[in-house]
Design a protein around this ligand. Sequence first.
Ligand code: HEC
Length: 165
Amino acid sequence: MRNKMFSIVALAAVVFMNSCGNGDTKNENESTEAAPQSMIKDTPKDDGQGIGKFKDVTLTALDSKLAAEGMAIFESKCAACHKTTDQKVVGPGLKGVTTRRQPAWILNMMTNPIEMTQKDPTAKELLAEHLTQMTFQDVSDEQAKQILEYLRQNDADETTAEAKK
Ligand code: HEC
């Protein structure tokens, strides 16, 4: 009886050690596999939406009343650095911006320009190109949406003008 107990304990110990051993090798495998994954996590794929509170913004039909409000804010807060043509002033000309960037990206750029130019790949490139930091112009989320509407109208005008030619 005693012998039997002993052999069960010994067997259990062997099984336990084996499973430990297996566990260790498994962990090693996992950690080599996990390395590239954690690198992917550090550099997430750019989804083109920028960094900030806006995400997955869907646009509705152009609202000319909102656009008119946006134009007034643009004139007072943005026009010193931006034209609505493709001509650069301090910052890039904003013609066509609504076709080259996603709506959420533009809203994040207006409301979170510093973090954008530090972390978003596209905004980083723009800063490297223009060498001036766009600063937050104290626009509310509501105002940012109005300005976006104005920029959309500005780009729609172009499309209409092109079509008329
Ligand atoms: C002090 C000058 C300045 C002001 C004021 C300013 N910006 Fe900018 N803006 C820049 C610069 C410079 C860049 C390029 C990124 C950088 O260098 O920070 C930029 C980039 C942008 C972009 C990205 C353009 C692209 O080609 O993708 C948008 C959109 C934009 N600004 C919108 C606005 C709006 C809207 C306002 C007003 C609320 C505004 N900016 C106010 C200087 C300014």
